[in-house]
Ligand binder design. Structure first.
Ligand code: HEC
Ligand code: HEC
Ligand code: HEC
Length: 452
C-alpha cells in the first residue's frame, strides 16, 4: 500500500467510527426524547399494575362492558412487545390495532394518540425498545362477555368515532398555541377524562374543531373532572378565572392559589405533567385559555353575587350564633385549615369557596375527600406537601351530609344538598380498611385507633 492509499483507508476508518459514534449519540438523544414523550402520554399510569413492574401491564380498567386489563409493553419478546416492528407499534398507538391485526379496546386512548406525529412515534418506539428493561410477565387476559368479546365489532365504533388524524398545526395559531393543542389533544389525552361521553361511550369531540363539548367537563367514576375551557364567555368560575401561568403551576406542582389536585388527576400530575418542561406546560396553559368557556346557565350567579354571599357566610361563622349543624361541624372540623372565609392559606390549604369539587353536580368527590382526606402528589419541584386528614372515624353519615350541604351552599358556592344515603354509598365503596386510617404529615398512610 502506498502512502496515499494508507491515508485513504485511515480516513475511511475515522469516518466510519465517527459515523457510528454519532448514531449512538443520536439514539441516546432519541431514547431521552421518547422517555419524555412517554411521560407526556402517561403510558406508565395504565400499563403498570399496583405494586407491579413499570410498563409490565395488568392494571384492571373498569369499563361499562367489564374489566379491561392493560398489556405488557416492555420489550420482552414473549409477553411484551419486543418483537413488534415500528409499524406495528404505530398502528397500536394511532389506529388501535394489535400486532395480530385484532382491534384494541378504546380503554387504550388511541382515539387521541391518533394525533401523534411520525417523528414522536419513532422516538417512543426507540425508547420502549432500547430504554425500557424487558420484564417477563403475562398480565391477566381481558375476557368480556358477548358481544363485547368480539373485537371485530370495534371496527364499526372506530369508523364512527375514532376519526382523528395526525395533528396539523394551524396557520393562524402561534407555534406555542399549536404545541399546546398538540400535547392536550394528542399524547396528553386530556379529553378522555375531561370531555363528556355519548351513548356509545365515545368522547363527544376529540379536539376543539368538534364544537364546545371538547373538554367541557365530565363525570368520571363518580368524580367530577371539571371543564378545561378557560377562555371567556361563561360564569367566570374555574379555569376562566385561572391564568395560563396558574394552569401550568397546577400541572407542575399539583397546586396553585385556586386548587389542590385530587381524585384521578393526582396520578396524572404525579406521573405525567409534573415531569414536563415549563415551556410545554406554558403552551398547555395558553391553549386551554384559548378555548371559549362553557356558556353560563340561566341560574348562574355573577361574581358580585358570589362575593356578597361569601361575606355573609364569613360573618355568620365569625359571629358563631344560631349555627346550623353544618356550620357548627365546619367550625369544629374544617375552619382551622380552610378558615371562616373558605379561602384556606395560599398554596398550603386550598380554597373551598369556588372550588370545582365543592360545586360539582355529583357530590361524591367532596364526600370522598371529607371521609378519606387527601394527599397531594409528590412532584419533582415539591416532594412533600401537607395532607388533609380523613374524618370518617369521627363523623356519622348524617353529620357528613349536613357538613357537605353547608360547604356546597356556603360563600359563593351553589352545589345542591347532600343526603346521608349518598354518604353511606361512598363510605361503603371506600371500605372499612381505607377509612380507619389517617394521613400523617410525612404523607404516609398510618393506621390509627381513632384517638388522634
Ligand atoms: C388510559 C389507559 C392507557 C394509557 C394512558 C395507555 N395505554 Fe396502552 N393500552 C391500554 C389498554 C387497556 C390496552 C389493552 C387493550 C386491549 O386489550 O384491547 C393497551 C394496549 C397497548 C398496546 C398493545 C399491546 C398488546 O400487546 O396488545 C400498546 C403497544 C400500548 N398500549 C402502548 C401504549 C403507549 C406507548 C402508551 C403511552 C404513549 C400507552 N399505551 C398509554 C391502556 C392505556
Ligand atoms: C385520568 C383522568 C384525567 C386525565 C387523563 C386528565 N385529567 Fe385533569 N382532572 C381529572 C379530575 C378527576 C380532576 C378533578 C380534580 C379534583 O377534584 O381535585 C381534574 C382536574 C384538572 C384541573 C383543575 C380544574 C379545576 O377547575 O380545578 C386541570 C387544570 C386539569 N385537570 C388539566 C388536565 C390536563 C391539561 C390534562 C391532560 C394533560 C388532564 N387534566 C388529564 C382527571 C383527569
Ligand atoms: C389539617 C388541615 C385540614 C383540615 C382540618 C381540613 N382540610 Fe381540607 N384540605 C387540606 C389540605 C392540605 C388539602 C389539599 C389536599 C389535596 O387536595 O390533596 C385539602 C383539600 C380539601 C378539599 C379539596 C380541594 C381541592 O382543590 O380539590 C376540600 C373540598 C376540603 N379540603 C374540605 C374540607 C372540609 C369540608 C373539612 C372539614 C371536615 C376539611 N377540609 C378539613 C387541609 C385540611
Amino acid at each position: 500500500m502506498n502512502r496515499k492509499e494508507i491515508m485513504a483507508v485511515l480516513a475511511g476508518i475515522t469516518t466510519l467510527t465517527m459515523a457510528s459514534a454519532s448514531s449512538a449519540a443520536d439514539s441516546d438523544e432519541t431514547v431521552k426524547r421518547g422517555e419524555y414523550l412517554a411521560r407526556a402520554g402517561d403510558c406508565v399510569a395504565c400499563h403498570t399494575a399496583p405494586g407491579g413492574e413499570e410498563f409490565a401491564g395488568g392494571l384492571g380498567i373498569e369499563s361499562p362492558f367489564g374489566m379491561i386489563y392493560s398489556t405488557n409493553i416492555t420489550p420482552d419478546s414473549e409477553t411484551g412487545i419486543g418483537d413488534w416492528s415500528e409499524e406495528e407499534f404505530a398502528a397500536a398507538l394511532r389506529d388501535g390495532k394489535r400486532a395480530d391485526g385484532a382491534n384494541l379496546y378504546p380503554a387504550m386512548p388511541y382515539p387521541a394518540y391518533a394525533k401523534v406525529s411520525d417523528e414522536d412515534i419513532h422516538a417512543l418506539y426507540v425508547y420502549f425498545m432500547e430504554g425500557v428493561e424487558p420484564v417477563r410477565h403475562q398480565p391477566e387476559e381481558t375476557s368480556l362477555s358477548f358481544p363485547f368479546n368480539q373485537r371485530w365489532g370495534i371496527s364499526a365504533w372506530n369508523w364512527l368515532f375514532a376519526d382523528a388524524e395526525v395533528f396539523e398545526p394551524e396557520a393562524d395559531r402561534s407555534e406555542q398555541l399549536n404545541r399546546g393543542a398538540y400535547l392536550v389533544e394528542g399524547l396528553g389525552h386530556c379529553g378522555s377524562c375531561h370531555t363528556p361521553r355519548g351513548l356509545a361511550q365515545q368522547e363527544k369531540a376529540l379536539d376543539d374543531n368538534g364544537g364546545d363539548d371538547y373538554l367541557a367537563g365530565a363525570d368520571l367514576n363518580d368524580w367530577w373532572a371539571p371543564s378545561l375551557r378557560g377562555g371567556e364567555g361563561g360564569d367566570g368560575r374555574g379555569l376562566e378565572s385561572w391564568s395560563a401561568e396558574e394552569i401550568a403551576e397546577y400541572l407542575k406542582t399539583g397546586r396553585n392559589v385556586h386548587a389542590t389536585v385530587g381524585g384521578e388527576m393526582t396520578s396524572v400530575v404525579a406521573h405525567s405533567t409534573s415531569h414536563l418542561s415549563d415551556e410545554d406546560l406554558g403552551s398547555i396553559g395558553l391553549y386551554l385559555k384559548s378555548l371559549p368557556a362553557n356558556p353560563a346557565g340561566k341560574d348562574a350567579t355573577t361574581a358580585d353575587q358570589r362575593r356578597e354571599a361569601s361575606e355573609k357566610t364569613q360573618a355568620k361563622l365569625s359571629a358563631a350564633r344560631d349555627l346550623s349543624e353544618g356550620e357548627r361541624l365546619y367550625l369544629d372540623n374544617c375552619s382551622a385549615c380552610h378558615f371562616n372565609d373558605g379561602m384556606g392559606a395560599e398554596r398550603v390549604f386550598p380554597p373551598i369557596d369556588g372550588n370545582a369539587l365543592a360545586n360539582a353536580d355529583n357530590p361524591s368527590g367532596l364526600i370522598h375527600t371529607i371521609l378519606a382526606g387527601a394527599q397531594p402528589p409528590s412532584t419533582p419541584t415539591i416532594p412533600a406537601q401537607l395532607p388533609m386528614p380523613g374524618f370518617a372515624w369521627r363523623l356519622s353519615d348524617d353529620e357528613v351530609a349536613s357538613l357537605a350541604t353547608f360547604v356546597r351552599s356556603a360563600w359563593g358556592n351553589d352545589g345542591g344538598a347532600v343526603n346521608a344515603d349518598q354518604v353511606a354509598d361512598v363510605r361503603e365503596e371506600l371500605g372499612e380498611a381505607s377509612l380507619n386510617r389517617a394521613v400523617d404529615p410525612n404523607g404516609e398512610l398510618n393506621e390509627t385507633d381513632g384517638a388522634k
